[in-house]
Ligand binder design. Structure first.
Ligand SMILES: Nc1ncnc2c1ncn2[C@@H]1O[C@H](COP(=O)(O)OP(=O)(O)OP(=O)(O)O)[C@@H](O)[C@H]1O
Length: 247
């Protein structure tokens, strides 16, 4: 996997034209790193990921992927550039089979049959639990397996950047652990990971870098080392540690 730097600078986003939810926000994800985005409910964490993916249009600011300005690109173009998004809420097609859900993830390159076959084979290698049941309806899978299917569907494009919005919300602790291990391993293989998480402790454990957002603004940021050595940053995170644990 080859990652690319994904960056937003001076981003302002408003819902319904006047409710500003991101105000001059700057966030950068780097290849080979997990970048955690934490903060209270309503801080704007999900909005940051949606804006990175092109689902929301910023009123101000710019977004760059590698050295390319993608601020005006639509979501499907960003998918073709290698940005994958796993949204917070359940997004499998319940009545479709595991394989068909994965094939839908291959939509951007559907005409390249060889690539489609390779992509499906590769995610089946990564997720044996899905490979065992390619024809099962997605709705027949457990909650954890459906989450794996959502992640697998994002991986078929062989992404450079993966945006994960609370991947372990409502997921049992054992599976959550596997999801965190997979997240770390994707970064170790070179991908750029941006992880929004309410489980601050787990997020801080696997992240190389953390951003803290509050009320739609950057509150603090730093590398794992910064957070370990700077008392103020450490205090800020420990305040959040027990804030909300999903599982
Ligand atoms: N579709 C929408 N229309 C209007 N306001 C919205 C919409 N989606 C989110 N908001 C508002 O934008 C703000 C930021 O929401 P966002 O979901 O990005 O926060 P978050 O930090 O991800 O919080 P949570 O942890 O609750 O998911 C909140 O005040 C929220 O009420």
């Amino acid at each position: 996997m080859e990652g690319l730097k994904l960056s937003m600078e001076g981003i302002e986003v408003a819902y319904n034209s006047d409710i500003v939810v991101l105000n001059d926000v700057a966030v950068t994800g780097r290849p080979g790193e997990v970048t955690g985005i934490i903060g209270p409910n309503g801080a704007g964490k999900s909005t940051v990921l949606k804006t990175f993916f092109g689902l929301l249009r910023p009123r101000k600011g710019s977004i760059t992927l590698g050295d390319q300005d993608i601020t005006r690109q639509k979501a499907f173009q960003r998918a073709l550039e290698g940005i994958a998004f796993v949204p917070q809420h359940r997004s499998v097609f319940a009545d479709l089979s595991v394989r068909d859900n994965l094939l839908l993830g291959c939509w951007p390159f559907r005409r390249d049959k060889k690539r489609v076959a390779r992509a499906i084979e590769s995610v089946f290698d990564e997720f044996p639990v899905l490979a065992e049941r390619p024809n099962a309806a997605a709705s027949s899978l457990s909650g954890g397996q459906q989450r794996f299917l959502e992640i697998a569907r994002a991986l078929v494009i062989d992404p450079k950047v993966i945006l994960l919005d609370e991947p372990t919300a409502m997921i049992a602790p054992k599976i959550s652990k596997e999801i965190y291990a997979l997240t770390r391993s994707l970064a170790d293989r070179g991908a750029t990971i941006l992880l929004v998480d309410q489980n601050v402790r787990s997020c801080a454990e696997i992240a190389d870098r953390l951003y803290i957002l509050e009320l739609g603004r950057n509150k603090a940021e730093g590398t794992r080392e910064d957070f370990a050595s700077d008392d103020k940053l450490r205090e800020m995170v420990s305040e959040w540690m027990n804030y909300k644990i999903d599982a």
